[in-house]
Design a protein around this ligand. Structure first.
Ligand code: NAD
Length: 446
């Protein structure tokens, strides 16, 4: 099938590449000229495990093309995916200006006798498929096109991939949600997704509104799990319990499940924060006060600061002239994405208190440099960051941080002090090595 993907960010690039991988002809469109230039020259623009290999193969075989022209991009496409940003606007609602702009442009381009399916892959509030449909319809009516609704269908097909395992998630999704009443669209999309669900995972057809809400409900539920566990961790610290034990005990109940119960220094990224906020906002607009979500957000904001009092107390509230080594900048491992990363909050607070920060992250340093420049120093590797530092702070659970050379850490730090926002190490290890160690929801080692 001929496919166009509009927006070539984390979702668009993975979507386009993975559809090319199953034999489709894909053209990706982006307004960012630099991005399109880089992609056209065979270079991937994001770090995502496994992406580069299939990107190179499909580009070489002519199944994956890039352009800045919407007209050229959709020319041959039967299916058009919108993978555009939906950032929070001033009041926390999802800003639909990118999506509606492209919808309007599409209305100016669709032609009689050339039916196309237009698919919202972006995370968008309930009712957006109708708005996209009406925007396109309006443009077609202005162009005096007869029976304009026959030219297209708008479908909601929210994306559930996780950064860091995006290719795997896309190639073998737990489920595919397709929101549409159009039998024609259902048939075509069912065929498009068939190779991805061969193992039997479901393609669930529903109406557009339910599909749109499903995405927000899923992300908000996951964020709730995290905030819930972070509050349990708070209790553990106060009651002298160990959150690792509580987590294992709880998670072995099949109704709860083992996954997504890890406490830490809060969720970040480009999805959970904005999606929870947007759902709470849409609920309010619909006259409903979604109390749980308000609490989820408040807990998360506080949790991002969880390590700070521990750090301040260790240094007797005086961080001036102290050097802090920071492991991890990305909002989670295996990505270079730093949007809403808890590390950035830590950096700001520690720098404001007069500390200097030397950070290391395997993939995210370039993005952080672009955002905050020389506010911090960047190390070549995780050990270089430790040289003469007064403490190590851990903000992201990259695998390579999990089993480090503890003797080396001790020899490089001025004093063996670790503040671990991701509970990477066992308490007994820290005791054996003689570290001062603070983590989340577990006793301090002093
Ligand atoms: P992104 O910011 O990485 O990418 C968006 C791309 O769209 C950018 O490259 C931008 O240049 C391009 N763009 C903007 N206006 C355009 C236009 N008029 N024409 C063509 N391109 C244009 O965003 P993302 O992380 O890929 O997210 C896209 C959507 O998918 C969002 O709604 C997000 O909530 C949702 N989503 C994201 C993830 C994720 O893990 N990142 C997962 C599931 C769903």
């Amino acid at each position: 099938m001929d496919i166009a993907v509009i927006g070539t960010g984390y979702v668009g690039l993975v979507t386009g590449t993975c559809f090319a991988e199953t034999g489709n002809m894909v053209t990706c469109v982006d307004i960012d000229e630099q991005k399109v230039k880089k992609l056209s020259s065979g270079k991937v623009t994001i770090y995502e495990p496994g992406l580069e290999k299939i990107f190179e193969r499909n580009e070489k075989e002519g199944r994956l093309k890039f352009t800045t022209s919407l007209q050229e991009g959709i020319k041959d496409a039967k299916i058009i995916f919108l993978a555009l940003p939906t950032p929070p606007d001033g009041d926390g609602s999802a800003d639909l200006k990118y999506v509606l702009r492209v919808a309007k442009d599409l209305g100016g381009l669709l032609e009689r006798g050339d039916y196309k399916i237009i698919i919202d892959k972006s995370t968008v509030p309930v009712g957006t498929a109708d708005r996209v449909n009406n925007t396109i319809l309006q443009s077609l009516i202005e162009r005096n096109i007869d029976n304009p609704q026959d030219l297209f269908d708008v479908v909601s097909n929210p994306e559930f991939l996780r950064e860091g395992v995006a290719v795997e998630d896309f190639m073998k999704p737990n489920r595919v949600i397709i929101g549409t009443d159009s039998e024609k669209a259902k048939k075509i999309l069912g065929e498009l997704y068939a190779p991805f669900v061969r193992q039997g995972n479901p393609v669930i057809f529903m109406d557009e509104r339910s599909a749109e809400l499903t995405k927000y409900a899923a992300n908000s539920f996951l964020a709730t799990k995290i905030s819930f566990m972070n509050e349990i961790a708070q209790l553990c610290e106060r009651f002298g319990a160990d959150v690792d034990m509580v987590r294992r005990g709880m998670g072995s109940d099949e109704r709860i499940g083992k996954r997504f119960l890890f406490p830490g220094i809060g969720y970040g990224g480009s999805c959970f924060p904005k999606d929870v906020q947007a759902l709470a906002k849409s609920a309010k607009q619909a006259g409903y006060d979604f109390k749980i979500l308000e609490a989820v957000m408040e807990v998360n904001e506080n949790q991002k600061k969880h390590l700070l009092p521990k750090i301040f107390s260790f240094f007797n509230n005086d961080l001036k002239g102290k050097k802090i080594a920071l492991w991890g900048l990305a909002f989670k491992p295996n990505t270079d994405d730093i949007r809403e990363a808890p590390s950035l909050k830590l950096i700001k607070e520690l720098a404001a208190a007069g500390a200097s920060i030397v950070a290391y992250d395997p993939e995210a340093m370039i993005n952080v440099k672009e955002e905050i420049g020389d506010m911090i120093t960047y190390a070549e590797n995780q050990y270089e960051a430790l040289k003469d530092a007064d403490a190590l702070v851990i903000a992201t659970e990259w695998s390579e941080f999990r089993t480090p050379d503890f003797l080396k850490i001790k020899s490089l730090l001025k004093k063996p002090v670790i503040f671990d926002g991701r509970n990477l190490f066992e308490l007994y290890q820290m005791e054996e090595h003689g570290f001062y160690y603070e983590s989340v929801g577990r006793r301090s080692i002093k």
